[in-house]
Ligand binder design. Structure first.
Ligand code: PMP
Length: 392
C-alpha cells in the first residue's frame, strides 16, 4: 500500500479548480486593506480579520520597516536561546497592561499559543473542557496535552455545569473558550462562565483572537464583561487587529513563567521576527492613541448587519464585526459566494465540518476603515445577488 495513494485519488479540489469554482487559496495581486485585486478584478474586502485596518496604517508600516533596518529580517532562533530581543519583552509588558494581567508571553503565531499553552498546562490526570465551537487550535492544543477532553454544547451554560458536575473533584480542570466566536460572531457569556468555573474549581482560559482590539474598547471580551480578574488566562493573536503575525497569552506571573519554560511550541520554534514584533507594538500604540477605532469597526458592522437583516438575510447570532450570512446548503453557499465575487465583494464560504450541517454560511467581517460608500456598495451587491440566487 502506497501511503501517497490517498493524494492521487484526491480529486475534489482539482475538479473545483477546473470548473472555476474554487473559493480557497485565492492569490491576490494587490491588498490595500479594504480593497484587493485578483487578476485585475477589484473587490471590496469583506472577509479579512484586519478589524482595525492597521495593516496599512503609516505608523505600523514604518515601525516594521525601521525594525528590519535595525535588526534585519529574522531572529534565527527560539526565544529560549538566541531569539529574544528587548522588543519582545517590551511588547509583553505593554500587552499585560493592556489586557489587565500581571504578565504576558509572546509566541510566533496564535496557533502556537494554543498548542503550547494548553498542552503545557493539561497533564495526565487533568481535564480540559471545550465549547463545541472552539477554534481548531484550541482543540489541537488539548489533543497535544496528556489529559482528557470534555466538550459542552456551544454557549450552553447548563450543559457546561452538567459536564463539570460529572468530573472528579480532585482533577485539575481548564475550560477553554473563544471570547468572540470566529464563524458566527457571537460572544461567550463570560459573566456566567466565570461564576460556574469558580464553583467547580476550574480555571478559565479565553481565546480572544477576534475580540482583542474590537471588544471592551479594544481591551478584549473579558474587559467588556468586566471579568478580567476572574478569567485566568487571556490569549490573542497578532494576525487580526494587531496587523502582524504572532500571538500572546497573559495571566498570573507564575503561570506565565511555567508556560514559558514548558510550552514546546515556544521553546522549539523561532521567535517572532523583528518586523512583526515592531508592527504589533506600533498597532498597540495606535489602539491606545485612537480609541475610536474599536467603536468605528463596531458601528460599521452594525450598519451592515442592520442592512442585511432588512434585506431579508439571516445573520444568525452575530453581535460583532463578524457577520455571517447563514445559507444552510453547500451548493447554494458556493453559488452565492461566486456571484458576490464576480460582482466585486470578497467573502468567505464556510461549510461543514467548519460549521454544523445546516449552518453553512458566508463569513463576512468588517473593518474600522471601510467607508460608508463601500458599505453601501456591498449592501447593493448583496441585494442583487441575493435576489438572483433566491436567498431573499
Ligand atoms: N484562535 C482563533 C479563535 C483564531 O481564529 C485563530 C486564527 N484564525 C487562531 C487562534 C490562530 O491565530 P494565528 O493566525 O495567529 O495562528
Amino acid at each position: 500500500m502506497d501511503i501517497f495513494e490517498k493524494c492521487f485519488s484526491y480529486t475534489t479540489v482539482k475538479e473545483a479548480i477546473k470548473e472555476g469554482f474554487y473559493p480557497f487559496f485565492i492569490p491576490l495581486s494587490e491588498n490595500e486593506g479594504t480593497e484587493v485585486e485578483y487578476r485585475g478584478h477589484r473587490l471590496i474586502m469583506c472577509g479579512s480579520n484586519n478589524y482595525l485596518g492597521l495593516t496599512t496604517h503609516p505608523k505600523v508600516r514604518e515601525a516594521a520597516i525601521e525594525a528590519i533596518r535595525r535588526f534585519g529580517t529574522s531572529c534565527t532562533g527560539s526565544r529560549f536561546l538566541n531569539g529574544t530581543l528587548e522588543m519582545h519583552e517590551q511588547l509583553e509588558a505593554e500587552l499585560a497592561e493592556w489586557v489587565g494581567k500581571p504578565a504576558a508571553l509572546t509566541f510566533s503565531t496564535g496557533m502556537q499559543v494554543n498548542l503550547g499553552t494548553v498542552s503545557a498546562l493539561v497533564g495526565r490526570d487533568d481535564i480540559v473542557i471545550l465549547d463545541k465551537d472552539d477554534h481548531a487550535s484550541i482543540v489541537d492544543g488539548a489533543r497535544l496535552g496528556y489529559g482528557k477532553i470534555q466538550r459542552f454544547r456551544h454557549n450552553d451554560m447548563e450543559h457546561l455545569e452538567c459536564v463539570l458536575k460529572g468530573l472528579p473533584d480532585n482533577a485539575g480542570k481548564l475550560i477553554v473558550v473563544d471570547g468572540l466566536f470566529s464563524m458566527e460572531g457571537d460572544l461567550a457569556p463570560l459573566d456566567e462562565m466565570t461564576v460556574i468555573a469558580k464553583k467547580y474549581n476550574a480555571r478559565l482560559m479565553v481565546d480572544d483572537a477576534h475580540g482583542m482590539g474590537v471588544n471592551g474598547g479594544g481591551h478584549g471580551t473579558a474587559w467588556q464583561f468586566g471579568v478580567t480578574d476572574q478569567v485566568d488566562l487571556i490569549m490573542s493573536t497578532f494576525s487580526k487587529s494587531f496587523a502582524s503575525l504572532g500571538g500572546f497569552v497573559a495571566g498570573d506571573a507564575d503561570v506565565i513563567d511555567y508556560v514559558k519554560h514548558h510550552a514546546r511550541a515556544l521553546i522549539f520554534s523561532a521567535s517572532m521576527p523583528p518586523a512583526n514584533t515592531a508592527a504589533a507594538l506600533a498597532a498597540l500604540d495606535v489602539m491606545r492613541q485612537e480609541p475610536d477605532l474599536a467603536a468605528r469597526v463596531n458601528a460599521n458592522a452594525e450598519k451592515i448587519r442592520n442592512g442585511l437583516k432588512s434585506l431579508g438575510f439571516n445573520t444568525g447570532r452575530s453581535v460583532t464585526p463578524v457577520v455571517p450570512v447563514i445559507i444552510g446548503d453547500d451548493q447554494l453557499t458556493f453559488l452565492t459566494w461566486k456571484s458576490l465575487f464576480e460582482e466585486g465583494v470578497f467573502v468567505n464560504p464556510v461549510i461543514s465540518p467548519a460549521v454544523a450541517p445546516g449552518h453553512q454560511l458566508l463569513r463576512t467581517s468588517y473593518m474600522a476603515t471601510h467607508t460608508d460608500e463601500q458599505l453601501d456598495k456591498v449592501l447593493g451587491i448583496f441585494e442583487k445577488v441575493g435576489k438572483q440566487v433566491g436567498l431573499i
